[in-house]
Design a protein around this ligand. Structure first.
Ligand SMILES: Cc1ncc(COP(=O)(O)O)c(C=O)c1O
Length: 356
């Protein structure tokens, strides 16, 4: 069985489990857990911020950030597909009375600077007060470029707005940029975050920890975020037992994300070759380029269900959703590579596709 559904499905490695076993613990609500404190400082330092705050999930660090940046009746500019807008049960509106202002995406995954600028409301009692711009990097596996990130941060500053990165997979973006420019990934991550007020960073995606996310920002911001975390029931006690896995992941699993990207690329190239000549799939599959560890293919509606059943029967797990291209019903299938997928798994998946 190979699980390509998400990079969240990984098992902690033996060394990571040992780090959890050995972790010194304390009550983190009192600020006494040395392992949580170490993780928070480590994440903040890697991304160039003063302080960090550990929480249970990326949804929670994003929610905490939104509630810490915005008051009731204020507005956050987001992308239509951003996780903060589409995939977090409307938390900012439900729990914070924050108005989301969603914007359409460009094909490269960005939201256009001119659209962000046009969406900022004048200071007029008719309007919600625009307070925050959110960007997500990577988004759908796409890397938002360094210059774009700098431009968003500068735009926010110009308009007196706060700026937050949903960096659930920021290190995937950093590793992809670092590889292209022959640079250090941590330095690239720090540069991506430069000029932003906060970043939420997931430990339980490509980095391979079983649970957790860290929010980083200024010491004042994190002080406010700690209050919000308590309010949303996110204060955990001897949390070092899980934070240890996150610290281990930050120390050992950042550079290896390049392996996941290489496996996704091999899967992309293999799927392109196998499906092009395939009796049932030929001409019915579009394979999109994988920039990081997430690959999408669009499969013609006529053959998609049979193909998906075949993958499931052969133990190749993927996720799929309905998608339309040129008025044709298509299924968009997502393949995600991670710590528990290696080059042999990729080859086996290609053999399964070939065998359809
Ligand atoms: C871009 C992005 N942000 C945030 C999250 C939320 O993370 P979690 O599942 O830990 O709540 C996800 C989860 O898939 C994500 O893809």
């Amino acid at each position: 069985m190979t699980d390509f559904r998400s990079d969240t499905v990984t098992q902690p490695t033996p060394a990571m489990k040992q780090a959890m076993f050995d972790a010194p613990l304390g009550d983190d609500v009192f600020g006494d857990d040395p392992t949580v404190n170490r993780l928070q400082q480590l994440a903040a330092g890697m991304l160039g911020f003063e302080a960090g705050l550990y929480a249970a999930s990326g949804t929670q660090t994003n929610l905490i950030a939104l509630l810490a940046h915005c008051q009731r009746g204020e507005e956050a500019i987001v992308g239509q597909q951003w996780h903060t807008y589409r995939w977090e049960a409307g938390g900012m509106a439900v729990l914070g009375s924050i108005q989301p202002q969603p914007l359409e995406h460009q094909p490269d995954g960005t939201i256009a600077l001119r659209d962000i600028e046009a969406a900022i409301k004048p200071d007029d009692p008719h309007f919600a007060r625009t307070k925050l711009v959110v960007v997500e990097n990577t988004t759908g596996g796409k890397v938002l470029p360094m210059q774009y990130m700098h431009d968003v941060a500068a735009l926010a500053k110009r308009h007196n707005l706060h700026a937050h990165i949903d960096g659930a997979r920021l290190f995937n973006a950093a590793v992809a940029i670092a590889q292209k420019e022959n640079r250090d990934p941590v330095e690239c991550a720090r540069e991506l975050a430069q000029g932003f007020d906060s970043v939420s960073l997931c430990l339980s995606k490509g980095l391979g920890a079983p649970v957790g996310s860290v929010l980083v920002g200024s010491a004042d911001f994190i002080k406010q975020a700690r209050r919000v975390r308590k309010m949303v029931g996110g204060g955990m006690r001897q949390a070092g037992i899980i934070a240890a896995a996150g610290a281990y992941a930050l120390e050992h699993h950042v550079h290896r994300l390049a392996d996941d990207h290489a496996n996704a690329k091999a899967l992309e190239q293999g799927l392109r070759e196998v499906t092009a000549k395939h009796a049932k799939l030929g001409g019915k599959v579009v394979v999109h380029p994988a920039q990081t560890n997430i690959l999408f293919i669009d499969v013609d509606g006529e053959v998609a269900d049979g193909f998906l059943q075949h993958l499931a029967a052969q133990g190749v797990k993927v996720t799929a959703g309905l998608y339309r291209v040129d008025e044709r019903a298509m299924k968009r299938i997502r393949w995600v590579t991670h710590l528990d997928v290696d080059a042999n798994d990729v080859q086996r998946a290609l053999d399964v596709v070939q065998g359809y």
